[in-house]
Design a protein around this ligand. Structure first.
Ligand code: F6P
Length: 533
């Protein structure tokens, strides 16, 4: 492996600083550095990856054993080695293809649960299942992390397809989140879904108690308006939720990969089983592309290689995700968990220290909002931030097509500006026209220079539909997998969240004055004293 990393670093040293714009001179670059899958295009021509860089990156992927590891994941091998688990979220969207794991066809149980989930969603949506006050008008999903971010992002993304009850999300242990969400809801017509893979997560269990208390003020039997999504059947029944409204899944579905199954119940309620099925089909289409397309044309592989180039080779520490699609405004938050919880690891699978950096900091906001906030830094700051644009050809508001045009023109303008920049000569000419001369002209012009040569990719698609959303999410999931394989890490555990959880539990009695703070550092002691008032 080392020689592949070294070759890439040498190549980077040779081409660093070269204007990306020059690469377009032969007229073929845009077509050659664009890949397609089921109507979606990934244009990575505005990066400093040239034909040799791409070849070296593809060799790196080959040398990492990507093809075999991909096959192992889809076949149900226990690739999550630190937890001894398979990684089979892909089975949730490919339920009609039998898959044997430990001698059993796991898709039988998946289909059975999916059918129960569909029947329940139909019952709620048609009014066969009611609350004490009649037809369900509102659904509250209580969950956090993977039990919240995916469905919350998708429910917002698919607003034009909503045809069921209103869906709300409570995640934060901050009581403000429950209080504000419940404002205006009628407990007698509200269905509550407690979504927690483990059914032990303190935020979710605390909020579940709070919402049950809120409902109990008006509803004789609140548990009858509760459903649960979890791998822990005995814990859901201990909470009092009847088994017919409990939807289970296996431990080989990681939390941040779980929205394709029962964790997606809130999404299914919002868009209906048909809409949800289209979402699954989109994911399955991306799976098929990922499994069969040559690496050089494979969207998840290419997106991952662009990521490796920017982060581990060029040393750019963050990546901005910039959807020019307002309804994808929660995509960056969703990707923060997907990518940073998966690939934010400092040791390799074998426990040795990682010889390069782990995955990047992922952040972002929808365009055009971000343009009026942080793009200043992206264009003229001292650090390079690779940008990932997402944009649809068509919106869902035909009457507002002129606004969509404006949106698209802004998206294209930003990637062009990042690429092209504005030279000192150009800035000087602009300011000279305004009448400036001498030292003042020079000073003012320098503030108006854009260095350019800043890399970006654009993921372009026709329209944000359930199918398309499925494609996008599966694309990002597989990108994480490919990056993880190349880095040699386990993308499917999350030990890094444990220490804080343990310390929070220990601090609770200290804040209540029931335990003393001896052994705590001075700063923490001081803050506990402050919190106690
Ligand atoms: O933050 C850690 C984590 O375990 C995530 O991986 C997970 O998505 C989230 O907590 C919620 O866990 P659960 O679904 O078990 O409540």
């Amino acid at each position: 492996m080392n020689q592949h990393w070294d070759a890439l670093k040498d190549h980077h040293a040779a081409v660093e600083g070269r204007p990306i714009l020059d690469l377009f001179e032969d007229g073929t670059r845009a077509a050659e550095f664009t890949a397609r899958a089921d109507g979606m295009i990934l244009d990575f021509a505005k990066t400093n990856i040239d034909a040799r860089g791409r070849a070296l990156l593809l060799q790196l992927a080959e040398a990492a054993g990507l093809a075999d590891k991909r096959a192992a994941m889809f076949a149900g091998a226990k690739i999550n080695e630190t937890e001894g688990r398979a990684v089979l979220h892909t089975a949730l969207r490919n339920m009609d293809t039998p898959l044997m794991v430990d001698g059993q066809d796991v898709t039988i149980a998946l289909r059975e649960t999916h059918a129960r989930m569909t029947a329940f969603a139909d019952d709620v949506r048609t009014g066969r299942f009611t609350g004490q006050g009649g037809k369900i008008t509102d659904v509250v999903n209580i969950g956090i992390g993977g039990s919240d971010l995916g469905p919350a992002m998708a429910v917002l993304a698919l607003a034009p397809f909503h045809n069921g009850p209103r869906v709300h999300f409570i995640s934060n242990v901050d009581g403000a989140h429950a209080a504000d969400t419940l404002q205006g809801l009628n407990p007698e017509t509200t269905l509550v879904i407690v979504a927690s893979k483990t059914f032990t997560t303190i935020e979710t269990m605390t909020n579940a108690e709070t919402v049950r208390g809120w409902m109990a003020q008006k509803v004789a039997n609140p548990a009858a308006q509760f459903a649960a999504v979890s791998t822990a059947a005995e814990k859901t029944s201990a909470f009092g939720i009847a088994s017919e409204r409990v939807f289970g899944f296996e431990d080989w579905v990681g939390g941040r990969y779980s929205m394709w199954g029962p964790i997606g119940l809130s999404l299914m309620l919002a868009v209906g089983p048909e809409g949800f099925a289209a979402f699954l089909r989109g994911g399955a289409a991306m799976d098929a592309h990922f499994r069969t397309a040559p690496f050089a044309e494979n969207l998840p592989v290419l997106l991952a290689l662009v990521g490796i180039w920017h982060n581990q080779i060029c040393g750019y520490t963050t990546r901005a995700v910039l959807p020019y699609d307002q309804r994808l405004s929660r995509l960056p938050a969703y990707l923060q968990q997907l990518e940073m919880e998966s690939n934010g690891k400092r040791v390799a699978m074998d426990g040795t220290d990682l010889p390069y950096h782990s995955g990047p900091v992922v952040w972002g906001e929808p365009g055009t909002n971000g343009q009026h906030a942080f793009y200043q830094l992206i264009h003229q700051g001292t650090r390079v931030v690779p940008c990932e644009f997402l944009v649809a050809r068509r919106g869902h508001e035909p009457d507002l097509a002129h606004q969509h045009l404006l949106l698209v023109s802004n998206c294209l303008a930003q990637s062009e500006a990042l690429l092209r920049g504005r030279s000192l000569a150009e800035a000087t000419a602009i300011m000279a026209k305004k009448g400036l001369t001498g030292a003042e002209l020079d000073r003012q012009a320098r503030h108006r220079v854009f260095p350019g040569n800043r890399p970006s990719t654009t993921l372009a698609y026709d329209q944000l539909t359930p199918f398309l959303l499925g494609q996008i999410i599966a694309l990002y999931e597989h990108r994480v997998f490919v990056e993880g394989v190349i880095l040699g890490i386990n993308s499917y555990d999350q030990w890094g969240v444990e220490l804080g959880k343990e310390l929070a539990l220990a601090l609770q009695p200290m804040l209540e004055g029931k335990a003393d703070t001896a052994g705590k550092d001075g700063s923490t002691r001081q803050l506990v004293d402050w919190a106690r008032g």
